[in-house]
Design a protein around this ligand. Sequence first.
Ligand code: ACM
Length: 671
Amino acid sequence: MTLLVLTTRPGAAQTATTLLPLPAEARYGQGRLLLKAALKPLLPSPAAPAVAAAVNRTVGRLSPATKVVGAATLQIRYGRVGRPELFDEERYSLRVTPMGVSIDAPTSLGVLRALATLEQLPRPDKKGRYLPEVDIRDQPRFAWRGLLIDAARHFMPVAVIKRNLDGMAATKLNVLHWHLTDDQGFRIESKVFPRLQTVGSTDGLFYTQAEVREVVAYAAARGIRVVPEFDMPSHTTSWIVAYPRLASNDSVYAPYTRWRTTNVAIDPTRETTYTFLDSLVTEMTTLFPDPYFHAGGDENDGRNWRRTPRIVAWMQAHHMVKADGKTVDKHQLQTYFNRRVMAMLQKRGKTMIGWDEILGPDLPEEAVIQSWRGKKGLSEAARLGHPVVLSNGYYLDLNFSAASSYTVDPLPPDTPLTPDEQKLVLGGEAAMWAEYADSTVLDSRMWPRAAAVAERLWSPQAATQSVADMYRRLNLLSPQLETLGLRHRRAPELLLKQLAGTDNVGPLRTLAEVIEPVKEYKRNFQGFNYTTATPLNRLVDAAPAESEVARRFAVLVDSVVTPRIGAPNFLPPAPRQLAQLRAQALRWQANDVLLQPLLASNLSLTEYAPLSARLATVATVLMERLTQLQTGQAASPAWLAATRATLDAAQAPAGQAELAVVKAARKLAGL
Ligand code: ACM
């Protein structure tokens, strides 16, 4: 068990922590270490190259522009070089005094995590930045803290992966799950089967093997493992485009350019499939030192198999039939396939990981299950003795709030798992599927929300109960991530400028800030036919996954409608909050007039005119309600009915985006 200690000393302003994820234990003191000069590193000799490089980066980021080395030291001590792939210890202690900083850890991994913490400690004051006096003891709650990046739907260049690895290091995420292949493309160079990467996709983009090694080394230097995913037997159109002999139904395919699941699957009944896979796995396992290898396994409804007489006959001959003795059972065939792939991986010292769907009674226990479809999958897998990683609730591409991920816990207090089963829960993974994210948009669809998952997986459960405090720290983290090179704030801003055709994006930003892309996979179902070639450069792509303006608005509304503790209910709401809400409503109401000329003149923006008009309508309702609250008037039934209709209409999406302020508006209106 870890203890959370937050010492509150009267007058010490340093207790509001800036750290995300929260450490297991932190005691703040009164002293300060002013960052007037660069810290002087004191490293063990010899120091691991990764440690020396990380210390240099941290010292650079903490230093004032002068880079003059001062008297304050950064003392590093560690026991041995850590092995991330063995889930080696990441524990550390970090002590800041006015004289300097010292970091102690059993392994070099702990040093890397401590440096990430140190980089989040600086605070501003009149004399410049300083580090607060603090004594931190920290360790992760879960060993597997992953982030999946889909580089198959949209190719993500190496620079994009690297800056996201920097974001992962800053938030102590330690597994990059690199989704390298899917229906739309095979994104890694095979020298044995080069058609995979050259003809599997329409754009022909892929990572060379040299680039893969570069990414793996970059990650390792930050204590991050890289687990590649080769998704099979389904999600393999690109493979079959390149090598038609893999097909189940003897069809020839063109590269797949749409987003819906195809259920196209390779043929698990032919030995030539396994000869192919064996060569591919041999080649690919040498590129990735991590002992885990993801073989996918998701979303195969078996239609390719059931509709192919040759495969049906094979299944019947192998007794892969349901209880009626006749109907073929695709699950048994997939389990057979899994076992064959697993044996291939085992031969090369690799442990297989796969999605929920690979789970079956005959799956060997050592296979790791990544649970994406629901909470039940996690429990079922653990009960059957499999190590498990939770992704359900952590899908960043669904555009749900940071809070929604934050409140999902792989081991909640009411977990149905026994203590032994709980030990099988390795951790979790945020997942960023890239149907609606290209290399430009990607960062803003992941950050800063990925950090909410990072904290859930790193920090003690008891210390992470406040969603409001998580958001406070997320807002401190966001600019830090920007200084590391992430473009989650800059890219949407540039897109607004591009859409506006001018640097004067004020009114367009006011609208963009309060809309969000439609949630889940609804962008697929709104009459807009996306293909791999559709540019992601509309207003919806500049809209935040989670509107911070809308979130703050909702907090303000809550503060007005929630009766204040100790106050009688009839007391009018605080005038300051009402004034803030009115100012906000006025801004929204006036915005439509300012924005309409641009929306009308720019074809790519016209589709958003309804959202701008609806925002003005919502604002009008808000102002009426604020007047009621300020004058103590009750809302008439007619007003409530009209308002309900207005707000229902305001929730309708346009351009695959929706207003993010309607829910809070309803609440304020008393609906
Ligand atoms: C998945 O989202 N199909 C794993």
